[in-house]
Design a protein around this ligand. Structure first.
Ligand code: FAD
Length: 454
């Protein structure tokens, strides 16, 4: 069987590796001169920066197992234990996010009335029919203020989205499942934890997730490089797919590779490209399907790295902070990159990774680099008291950054799956459909490699 994968981000790479491990012949075509897609680790002036994803949460075996199969599990680096602490900017200052329900009672992250309302979570009524927004779900469970502060901050850290628009079932399916089974999330979590304590520990030799934020010793690029090495010439860079058409029982692709146009035959084709690229390739095959895929919106995000000389400011505490949109600030949040992963900044340098824009302020991502650096500096000064002059700056504007699973996404993805099923031998994967995290992308591509290899 010959499978052609279009797109060499983590979704396409993990799929190609999964298929090769099962003995299936694959060709991966990536339009950029390098593999990795959103994953772009850079090293300059004593700082290791991540243009896109910063880390993954080592919560399930998926990524660790992939790393083990590539012989790089020992290169995983978990965050400094202090990175468990996270902050939210609310009511005029950074306040620590409580890590347990009892800690919430003592914390000042919410005013007293909002904390009392949160205790009412135990009496939440069951969900209404149909897809619900994250904001409506949050208000039913924890009330208006906790939704505007805690729930909004939580989604901002992953989606940079609009809490009123995001579909809770699409972005947090496990939380909705918990509600379906137990009605109250607090009750559900307590029961699930009790069951987990009774369960047997994983067998010897199974990868053991730490539950911590993690990366690799040289940044996320280490994973991409290992996948590239494993794939060898099967992964072709500088190869842009321009179109595809049905031919007999298979497919024929038009490819532009290093200035030359060529055609390539495949029994099966997987589109592991962003939804807006997939829509263009699907349009000549099924207009309605292309429309549905194109309807998946992306939030623009600008990443602004600010690096500081050793001793020019106190190292910031914890993983970083998030700013709920109710604060009407221009920063979505900042990662304390050098506190989380000290090896990301040499000799005591300090690295902040600031996020700007998102679904609510797309206009900010249009600013030029100098204006974005000024904005990030002003916001860090006002929110975190950082007044030192940076010795290092880097700006990465993602015009179409993070897919938004807005209300209607679940129905849309179902309709897309039905449309794709009418095109035998064609498949979709990638972050636009069933999870935007690196771990989600890998898990979904591995499931697809199981299907294809069968
Ligand atoms: P992509 O990485 O977009 O890969 C698609 C590939 O297809 C690209 O390489 C592209 O060049 C190629 N392509 C496009 N058109 C063609 C064509 N015609 N022919 C051939 N190739 C083509 N996730 C986390 O888990 N943790 C984080 O901390 C985190 N932070 C993030 C921060 C930012 C700023 C962004 C943007 C994302 C972040 N994410 C994070 C999400 C995560 O990075 C992505 O969901 C994931 O990397 C997407 O991988 P993918 O392979 O699905 O898509």
């Amino acid at each position: 069987m010959s499978v052609v994968i279009i797109g060499g981000g983590i979704s396409g790479l993990a799929l190609a590796h999964g298929l090769r491990s099962r003995g299936t012949g694959v060709t991966l075509l990536e339009s950029d001169p390098r593999l990795g897609g959103n994953i772009q680790t850079r090293s300059r002036d004593g700082f290791i920066t991540e243009a896109g994803p910063n880390s993954f949460v080592d919560r399930e075996p998926t990524l660790r197992a992939l790393a083990a199969s590539l012989g790089i599990e020992d290169r995983i680096r978990t965050a400094d234990p202090a990175a468990k602490r996270r902050y939210i900017y609310t009511r005029g200052k950074l306040r620590a996010v409580p890590l347990s329900p009892p800690a919430l009672l003592k914390s000042d992250v919410l005013p007293l009335g909002a904390k009392l309302r949160m205790m009412g979570e135990l009496f939440t009524r069951r969900a209404p029919e149909g897809e619900e927004s994250l904001a409506d779900f949050g208000r039913r469970h924890v009330g208006r203020t906790a939704t505007a502060v805690l729930v909004d901050a939580m989604q901002t850290g992953i989606y940079a989205g609009d809490v009123e628009a995001l579909s809770v079932g699409a972005i947090f399916p496990k939380v909705v499942e918990l509600e379906r089974k137990h009605r109250s999330l607090v009750l559900g979590m307590a029961r699930t934890q009790a069951e987990a304590r009774k369960a047997l520990p994983p067998g010897a030799g199974a990868p053991k997730p730490t539950g911590l934020v993690a990366s690799f010793d040289g940044g996320l690029r280490v994973l991409v490089d290992a996948l590239a090495r494993a794939l060898g010439p099967a992964a072709r860079t500088g190869a842009r797919v321009l179109g595809l058409r049905r031919e007999g029982n298979g497919w024929r692709l038009a490819v532009e590779e290093r200035g030359q146009q060529a055609e390539l035959a495949a029994e099966k084709v997987v589109l592991a490209v962003p939804a807006y690229v997939a829509a263009g390739l699907l349009r000549p095959l099924d207009e309605a399907l292309a429309e549905r895929v194109e309807g998946i919106a992306y939030a623009p995000v600008a990443v602004v790295h600010l690096g500081f000389a050793p001793g020019s400011l106190p190292p910031p505490d914890g993983f970083g902070f998030l700013v709920p949109s109710v604060e009407r600030r221009r920063l979505l949040g900042a990662i304390h990159a050098s506190s989380t992963f000290p090896w990301r900044a040499e000799g005591g340098r300090i690295l902040y990774t600031c996020m700007v824009g998102g679904a609510k302020r797309p206009d900010l991502v249009e600013l030029d680099d100098a204006a974005l650096v000024t904005l990030a500096r002003e916001e860090l000064r006002d929110l975190a008291g950082v007044t030192a002059e940076p010795v290092f700056t880097e700006v990465i504007p993602w015009k179409r950054g993070i897919p938004q699973y807005n209300v209607g996404h679940l129905a849309r993805v179902e309709a897309i799956a039905e449309g794709v099923a009418r095109l035998p031998g064609l498949y979709l994967t990638g972050n636009a459909y069933k999870g935007v995290g690196l771990t989600d992308c890998i898990r979904n591509s591995q499931a697809l490699s199981d299907t294809l290899a069968r």
